[in-house]
Design a protein. Structure first.
Length: 235
């Protein structure tokens, strides 16, 4: 795919799409923040604002807790204990307030109807990603789910994108990676996959236009402007 074709005009259609989860498909920050604060308060620390959690999400539970401890100037040796507490709290209330972003369900439905193959590529652990998608009734749209503990290395390494491409049976050049952070862009670039980023995701404080993606999209509906080349390919 010529990168120039992604930078102006309607986005071309792809045979398959790889979607990041947190901050791209689903706004999970409210539930992540609630679980993080329960873990912190259980250890005697003050809660942190959801706005901070939105900056920390995307690199896995351990990094999330490390960021919180650093912000609170707390001993980093507590990270494993608080990570376990966070995960336990999060598993019990993983989709209380999390919701798909606007136009996500419409877009996924239309892409599948057109014949595209869809995958989730996330750094969320399997034990968290699958229950979240199940509770939100979103599993049915995806041909495969690649989590942070699925491939040999998580994003930003190429491994998750390459693994998803293999499961989908498509070359990476026929896939579009849709993410929200530098982690997603680096993964896509390492795999040789074109990539776009959503404008309102979890970008760790980096302006969306500075993430290095081929394009920043304001709405998921931008993925639907071209007819699919894969139409009729699905059985």
């Amino acid at each position: 795919m010529n990168a120039t074709a992604l930078r102006s005009g309607p986005l071309p259609a792809f045979a398959g799409y790889l979607f990041d989860l947190d901050g791209t498909l689903v706004d999970t920050a409210p539930d992540i923040n609630a679980a993080l604060n329960l873990a912190l308060q259980g250890a005697g620390f003050t809660p942190v604002a959801e706005s901070l959690t939105r900056h920390w999400v995307g690199h896995g539970a351990k990094v999330l807790v490390e960021e919180a401890l650093s912000h609170l100037r707390a001993p980093p040796a507590l990270v494993d204990e608080l990570r376990d507490a966070f995960i336990n709290h999060y598993e019990r209330a993983i989709a209380e307030h999390s919701q798909p972003y606007p136009a996500v369900i419409e877009t996924l439905t239309t892409l599948r109807d057109r014949g595209s193959r869809l995958a989730v590529v996330t750094n969320k652990m399997t034990r968290l990603a699958l229950p979240l998608l199940e509770e939100l009734d979103m599993l049915r749209w995806f041909d495969c789910i690649v989590c942070g503990d699925t491939a040999a290395r998580p994003k930003p390494a190429a491994d998750p994108a390459l693994h998803a491409a293999g499961l989908l049976g498509l070359p990476v050049t026929e896939l579009l990676f849709v993410g929200d952070s530098e982690t997603d862009v680096l993964c896509a670039r390492a795999a040789g996959c074109p990539v776009v980023c959503v404008a309102d995701g979890y970008n760790h404080g980096i302006a969306p236009e500075a993430l290095g993606a081929d394009r920043v999209i304001q709405s998921f509906l931008e993925l639907l402007r071209a007819p699919s080349r894969a139409a009729g390919a699905r059985s």
